[in-house]
Design a protein around this ligand. Structure first.
Ligand code: HEM
Length: 211
């Protein structure tokens, strides 16, 4: 083990912070897409949507730090701080853990560029903010792949709920938008394919297949 603590609650805390994190990220992403597509209710003020989006994103970054810290401290899995921060170098499940690190790095990039928004050309800022669309599926795949119990009814329900919410928001976001045709088409294709892949994968794991 990597100098880790053998406290019984840490493993549960690692999983719990991961699950709450994916919920927060999904809600943040969905709110961002619904606001961009002008699909929030007319009685709901726009400044409130923006404030909610920003505050949930900040909360997610805080929880991400907690998720990594708890996982590194936990003696059940063998992950050093270096293994947690450098993609695909962890001793425990390097591919699945590495995808978590990739998602984390993408999110931190989005957070930093959002913080520096006023200093960046608008087109560059928009492009860098799009990495959140990449970070989310990578994080979902990380959660399903690495979680020791990710196909348990509770974990699977959380994951599928998040996938359903983001799929719904993606379809609305790219249904009437002025984006290029290829962007609309690929977003819709991903919105259909991703839930199927995750649903089938969770089904296979739950029925005793690979994890
Ligand atoms: C945006 C970034 C991340 C998200 C959204 C995320 C989310 C999750 C989720 C949903 C789970 C599964 C909980 C379950 O169903 O059991 C999980 C577990 C885990 N995560 Fe992350 N994670 C992220 C980043 C990371 C990073 C950077 C690391 C590196 C230390 C990491 C290490 C782990 C480990 C080792 C587990 C498995 C715990 C276990 O079941 O034994 N995660 N994460």
């Amino acid at each position: 083990m990597t100098g880790a603590l053998e406290l019984p609650g840490l493993w549960s805390l690692s999983r719990a912070t991961g699950l709450v994190l994916i919920v927060l990220l999904s809600v943040t992403l969905a709110i961002g897409m619904l606001a961009t597509a002008r699909r929030t209710p007319s009685w709901w003020p726009r400044f409130a949507t923006a404030a909610l989006h920003v505050n949930l994103a900040l909360l997610s970054i805080g929880l991400l730090v907690a998720h990594i810290a708890v996982t590194v401290l936990d003696g059940f899995v063998d992950i050093s701080l270096t293994g947690a921060l450098l993609p695909f170098t962890a001793d425990y499940e390097p591919v699945w853990t590495g995808l978590g690190t990739v998602a984390a790095l993408l999110l931190v990039t989005a957070a930093v560029t959002a913080g520096a928004r006023r200093y960046l050309p608008p087109a560059l800022w928009r492009r860098t903010h799009y990495v959140t669309h990449l970070a989310w599926p990578v994080a979902v795949v990380h959660g399903v792949g690495v979680g020791t119990d990710s196909a348990s009814p509770a974990s699977a329900a959380v994951t599928l709920g998040c996938v359903g919410l983001v799929t719904f928001a993606t379809v609305l976001r790219f249904s009437t938008s002025s984006d290029h045709g290829w962007a609309r088409l690929s977003a819709r294709a991903a919105a259909v394919a991703f839930p199927i892949v995750i649903g089938v994968w969770l089904g296979v794991v739950a029925s005793g297949g690979t994890s």
